[in-house]
Write a protein that binds this ligand. Sequence first.
Ligand SMILES: [Zn+2]
Length: 286
Amino acid sequence: MLRALATAVLLAALTAAAPAGAADYAGPLVDAHSHLPNATAIDAYVAAMKRHKVVKVVLLGVGGVQKDDAAWLAAAARKYPDQVVIGQPVADPTTPQAAARLDAELGKSGARAVGEIHVRQVSRKIDRSPAAPGFVKVLEVAARHKTPVVIHDELDEAAAKALEKALETVPAATLVFAHAGSATPAVLDGLLARHANLVIDLSGMHFQRTPALATEKGPLDPAWKTLIEKHRDRFVVGVDVWAARLFEPAMLDRLMLWTRRVLGELSPETAERVAHRNAARLYRLE
Ligand SMILES: [Zn+2]
């Protein structure tokens, strides 16, 4: 009871601190990209989802870093079948067995996404080509299962070329570009125009990270706003929690309130699509 009261007071304080202007987006919300750091964090996350009307979360693997990813995700989906949808982790997409293994796993796991697959991540010294033969086989398997592939790909010129080649080589595969690939709106505008099978996932672009769509209290960057409005069917949002410290209730409240505030700056039609409709279609949530 006391705890509920404390939460209510905290929420009221956070809401009162929000800048005047557009109202926060108040409709259903899907977190299209988050992770688990252990077997128990899901409890705090689902509690936060209920406080903030987040109807579904797509939980993904973190690309071979956590060996228990698949087990934690499966357990979370069993415990919270109404809230949790899972992705199929792929530790290393370049091994010769990756595609066959994914094929077998997708057949039984019921995963609605593949990933998160790390294509290029500078801090972990990962630099792979999604157009390499083994990776292309992985994309073909995902396409056959009608399951989008979420990739982490910090774009530079060479990575952009390889990504475009992969998108062209397997047009039936949908690639979901996590954290917008750390790319600029101008670069993304071109990619979206050229490749119908590319979707942008705005997860992890919050006030704790760079690039960010907005600071915690500041406005949505105008270039991002224009891009999202222009391609309103091509974006999904996500919180991208992964480290245990982000699962503190107060931090989850801040991240979810920020998400609703930023969505509230979009036109109502665009906000609805980015908040849940696009994710529902992409990950077959209905
Ligand atoms: Zn992620």
